[in-house]
Design a protein around this ligand. Structure first.
Ligand code: AMP
Ligand code: MG
Length: 509
């Protein structure tokens, strides 16, 4: 594909033209009723330096690495018309009112050969939705967002993408553990990319304010541009559209559970209407298989967003989204059908993913005990999820001794029970699990928190080579890549067990 400048990208302004916006440009944080967006200008970065670049995303847009002034927020080009989106949301189960893009600024929509993509800078300064915060982002959270969005894409998990990471040359002060120890950190801006950054909360805000007119306009705009196979002319059409979103959401969460990803902050403002993983904050990856685990220290006591609860929270969030569409329905009771669709879709996709993980063509009802026993055994002693399933994918004899490296303390391994389970599974797959299928469902490399932490610590010393290595490694998460095995295909090292950034993450970013 030819290389073009930002000016010659094919810029569109569908959202700005199709939905109501704020009369004021920029301005102080405030309530902005009856609109979907406010125009804003990104802040100027003192020393923008390009540090990470997604070659794949760049080539989709026809761009080559560079453009740090634009991607750091300092320069605008013809065709761009930057804005922050207004939305609301339920945070940790409670309605939080107006939130909005407090530190995300959309540069515009770009038409590519196959899509229209929204380009958005995260960390480029305040907007009317910044509330009391600074609109900035620190390097550590930006590296986590860049690496994880690209890694998820290559894992086959629906996600927003990252194009670039630019350090700004500006210090940003954060209190990482919210314990009264603020400290300066390097600032950064990630340019992220998605068909849109519309969330459940984008619709909720208008319903909550009783603004049916803006709600209807936003729904019509969304369906016209993002769901062209659908219509919302009647209840039947609306329900079918919502079912599509419910199914996409269910597929995304089934994928999260397949690869051991824990989002950490499944607030309704962090739920994309495209069923894309969005807003990489205090996310994490299971190391030992613990359904009660959450990486988010802010949620440590209630564990609302723990691994084992993600599918239920998906339903809860869909229910809030459905309530927000209620005012447009002639017979709102039909919205219940959407929840049933969500649960059915989750069951279907989750069970087909389990079948893939276990090398079967499909899961039968009679397989339920096999699965229950597996999940119980995985929790009996500390067992690494990724290592376990990856080694299982190449097993030639049903003996747990070949999976030893999955155990954090191999002397604790319940050997007899495991051999019993492996035998049952072996019989079920007639000694011939579909290994190819398993290797495509059980990644060898995922972005464990301690891996991201290594990249962050090096980057904070101006060395981006670890981040670059991980970006390359995680492009092929299902390949053996033996040259990376010693360093990256392993259980969490002991130093990471109780380390901030590895076992504990906050929303401070
Ligand atoms: P999050 O937890 O990252 O999804 O953010 C929740 C809300 O807080 C969103 O409205 C964000 O835009 C806003 N927010 C988070 N961090 C900042 C920041 N540093 N400055 C301004 N707004 C922020
Ligand atoms: Mg968010």
């Amino acid at each position: 594909m030819s290389t073009v400048s930002f000016e010659s990208l094919h810029w569109l302004r569908r959202f700005l033209d199709g939905t109501p916006g704020d009369d004021q440009v920029g301005g102080r944080p405030r309530q902005v009723p009856k609109v979907c967006w406010s125009r804003v200008t990104p802040a100027t970065a003192p020393h923008p330096t390009l540090r990470l670049w997604s070659v794949e995303m760049g080539s989709e847009l026809g761009l080559e690495a560079g453009h740090e002034k634009i991607l750091g927020g300092s320069v605008s080009v013809k065709g761009m018309d930057s804005y922050a989106q207004r939305y609301g949301g339920h945070q940790f189960g409670h309605w939080a009112g107006q939130l909005g893009d407090g530190r995300a600024i959309t540069l515009g929509e770009v038409k590519t050969a196959s899509d229209v993509l929204e380009l958005q800078l995260k960390g480029a300064g305040t907007t009317p939705y910044s509330r009391t915060a600074d609109g900035k982002a620190v390097l550590r959270s930006s590296i986590r967002e860049f690496l994880c969005s690209e890694a998820m894409h290559h894992l086959g998990v629906p996600t927003t993408r990252a194009l670039s990471l630019v350090t700004t040359g500006e210090a940003v002060v954060r209190d990482v553990l919210y314990n009264g120890n603020p400290a300066p950190e390097p600032g950064a801006v990630v340019c992220r990319v998605a068909p849109s950054f519309l969330r459940f909360g984008s619709f909720q805000i208008h319903a909550a304010m009783g603004d049916r007119k803006t709600l209807a306009t936003l729904v019509e705009h969304t369906v016209k541009h993002h769901f062209p196979d659908h219509h919302v002319n009647d209840d039947e059409g609306r329900v079918a559209w919502l079912e599509r979103i419910a199914e996409d959401t269910a597929v995304m969460i089934a994928h999260w559970n397949r690869v051991g990803f824990v989002h950490g902050v499944m607030n309704t403002d962090n739920m994309s209407i495209h069923g894309l993983t969005i807003d990489y904050g205090p996310y994490g990856w299971l190391e030992d298989y613990n359904p009660n685990w959450t990486p988010n220290t802010t949620d440590a006591s209630r564990r609302r967003y723990r691994y084992g609860q993600q599918a239920h929270i998906g339903a809860w969030n869909i229910a809030r989204f459905l309530e927000s569409i209620g005012p447009l329905m002639e017979e709102p009771e039909h919205l219940h059908e959407v929840l049933n669709t969500y649960y059915a879709a989750y069951e279907k996709h989750n069970s087909s993913m389990w079948a893939e993980k276990l090398g079967m063509d499909e899961l039968r009802e009679s397989d339920a005990p096999l699965l229950e026993d597996l999940v119980a055994l995985l929790q009996k002693v500390e067992t690494d999820m990724t290592v376990f399933f990856r080694l299982l994918s190449s097993l030639e004899e049903p003996k747990i001794k070949y999976l030893q490296t999955a155990f954090y303390d191999v002397t604790q391994c319940p050997e007899d029970e495991w051999n019993g389970w492996l035998n049952q599974w072996w019989q079920r797959v007639k000694g011939e699990p579909n290994r190819e299928r398993m290797r495509r469902a059980n990644p060898k490399y995922v972005l464990r928190n301690w891996m991201a932490q290594k990249a962050i610590e090096a980057a904070e010393e101006e060395d981006f080579s670890v981040a670059e290595t991980l970006y390359q490694l995680l492009k092929k998460p299902y390949d053996e890549q033996p040259e990376f095995e010693n360093e990256w295909f392993k259980k969490r090292p002991e130093w990471a067990r109780n380390k901030v950034g590895c076992s504990m993450l906050s929303c401070s970013s």
